[in-house]
Design a binder for this molecule. Structure first.
Ligand SMILES: Nc1nc2c(ncn2[C@@H]2O[C@H](COP(=O)(O)OP(=O)(O)O)[C@@H](O)[C@H]2O)c(=O)[nH]1
Ligand SMILES: [Mg+2]
Length: 253
């Protein structure tokens, strides 16, 4: 069994991509299931096979601990850590080829509190990989793209998982703009040049240093362009995941 964690800022398309990836694997004859780790979500674009909301209820936490919705969400995401054994058991019983893990709408609740790190380290499977979504509505300029790349890198440091970086919702941006963003992400020299054009920014020196630092560490920012609406880029994403999971398997065995 392989696990693929879907990560990204709120609204970047995690739940939608979770649904699409499961459909994708099913169309290739693999058995993929969804695991929803968002305790606060009301509507999902898929029917979760395993659902953290069966274990942790926001309403119950709000009334029992006299918390508002924000406090309850934070406590709920901490309580998930105690339920991971049961969640693992439910996934193991289904015995899928792939489990696609949809993470909380608010990235920080998962990645910067205990449950995300515990899940990333302790969930048992043959190999794990993560997909980090750069929302193309946010990563719409070189500076904004760099800022999300820094967040993606922070999450990678925090969770320690192999990571595929994806530019999401590409059906919403113009083709020439898309080509430009992908080019920056693949070519640091062009990226730097594009940042220079935002020279007025007092953050110019900082942004160049960050870009060079990421590059020096061999942190590639190459983005895969994907749309969950048109399915564009899905083949490339599945291919990148397959390579990463196979390599992960070699390491973990
Ligand atoms: N146009 C377009 N909209 C998308 C795409 N992926 C997600 N969305 C929309 O973006 C919004 C947030 O998506 P969701 O999957 O709930 O994001 P999450 O908060 O990261 O789980 C929803 O209205 C989705 O329908 C995409 O590839 N293209
Ligand atoms: Mg979601």
């Amino acid at each position: 069994m392989y696990a693929v964690l879907i990560l990204g800022t709120a609204g970047s398309g995690k739940s939608t991509l979770t649904a699409r990836l499961v459909e994708w694997y099913a169309s290739k004859g693999a058995y993929a299931i969804t695991l929803n780790l968002d305790p606060g979500v009301i509507d999902l674009p898929y029917e979760p096979d395993v659902d953290v909301r069966e274990h942790v209820s926001i309403d119950e936490i709000m009334s029992r601990y006299r918390l508002g919705p924000n406090g309850a969400l934070i406590l709920a995401s901490d309580l998930i850590a105690d339920r991971l054994d049961e969640i693992q058991r439910e996934v193991d019983e289904l015995n899928p080829d792939y489990v696609i893990v949809d993470t909380p709408g608010q990235l920080e609740l998962f990645a910067y509190r205990a449950s995300g790190v515990i899940f990333a380290k302790e969930f048992r499977c043959d190999a794990k990989a993560s997909v980090f979504l750069f929302d193309s509505m946010l990563a719409n300029s070189p500076l904004n793209m760099l800022s999300i790349a820094l967040l993606a890198t922070s999450i990678r440091l925090r969770l320690g998982l192999a990571q595929v970086n994806v530019l999401s919702k590409i059906d919403l941006i113009k083709k020439d703009r898309l080509a430009e963003l992908i080019e920056y992400s693949a070519d640091p020299a062009r990226f730097e040049h594009a940042l220079q054009r935002e020279k007025d920014s007092e953050l110019y020196m900082l942004s160049i240093s960050i870009l060079k630092g990421l590059r020096r560490q061999g942190i590639s920012m190459g983005l895969l362009a994907v749309s969950s609406i048109t399915y564009e880029g899905m083949v490339n994403l599945a291919g990148a995941l397959a390579r990463m999971l196979r390599e992960g398997e070699d390491v973990e065995q």
